[in-house]
Design a protein around this ligand. Structure first.
Ligand SMILES: Nc1ncnc2c1ncn2[C@@H]1O[C@H](COP(=O)(O)OP(=O)(O)OP(=O)(O)O)[C@@H](O)[C@H]1O
Ligand SMILES: [Mg+2]
Length: 227
């Protein structure tokens, strides 16, 4: 497992993995060892691509970074907080305030429209309803879905659902953006457009981006490979 450090990065990292090991709990007598000593830092304004074969643990790394999983071995720090020292509620609070996660399987709320999906995190952050609605509408227009704001996820194509998930994440301009194959369901032209949009709207964010696509990895500042 490699974790090249960027000699030019000297700001305090937003996200830091220090010698992190992770195994999924035993099922049917078998422990699934996924990470064996991952160290990586991502600073504000930095875009790091996380690559590796299917099953190498990329989505697991994002779950550890968001505090949905917690490791007993090694340290994961997000905006200065060692996640293992926080309660589940405190980790949820940290996520709400600082972290946006574009999941590999989108995880949109099925009963909500595209617009409601995008405005929900803003509302939870305390943004006034009218302002949240306007920002959500604008974000959906930016990802090319201005004509689909009233659609529920099941009435959207895979690529459209993916763009709603991206709009929901970038609209918050999160301190830390975790994106799991965020352009995997898009054609090449849309991929480039959406990637640039993500980088522009989240220029100040620390971005950890999982991808199988060499062109997406090339667009990042550096690459970390899981093996
Ligand atoms: N909840 C779980 N319980 C047990 N094992 C799991 C669990 N989730 C994932 N795994 C295993 O952990 C390994 C890493 O999974 P992960 O989803 O992080 O891989 P990945 O690199 O994201 O793969 P892909 O590129 O296919 O999305 C896999 O071997 C997977 O089977
Ligand atoms: Mg994955």
């Amino acid at each position: 497992m490699t974790s090249p450090s960027d000699p030019t990065a000297h700001t305090t990292p937003v996200l830091s993995f220090d010698d992190v090991h992770y195994s999924y709990p035993k099922r049917r007598k078998e422990i699934v060892r996924v990470l064996r000593g991952l160290s990586v830092d991502v600073a504000a304004g930095e875009r790091v691509a996380l690559i590796g074969r299917s099953g190498s643990g990329k989505s697991t790394v994002l779950s550890l970074a968001s505090g949905r999983l917690v490791t007993p071995v090694g340290t994961v720090t997000v905006v200065g907080h060692d996640l293992a020292t926080l309660t589940a509620d405190e980790r949820a609070g940290l996520r709400l305030q600082h972290v946006a996660h574009v999941h590999q399987d989108f995880r949109l709320m099925p009963r909500y429209s595209a617009l409601e999906n995008v405005e929900l995190p803003l509302r939870l952050q305390g943004v006034a309803p009218a302002v949240a609605r306007e920002r959500a509408r604008e974000a959906l227009e930016r990802v090319g879905l201005g004509h689909r704001v009233g659609h529920r996820p099941k009435h959207l194509s895979g690529g459209e659902q993916q763009r709603v998930a991206i709009a929901r994440a970038v609209v918050r301009q999160p301190t830390l953006l975790l994106a799991d194959e965020p352009t995997g369901a898009l054609d090449v032209e849309l991929r480039d457009e959406i990637l640039q949009l993500m980088f522009t709207l989240c220029a100040a964010s620390a971005i950890l981006l999982v991808t199988h696509d060499p062109a997406v990895a090339d667009a990042a500042d550096r690459t970390v490979r899981l093996s």
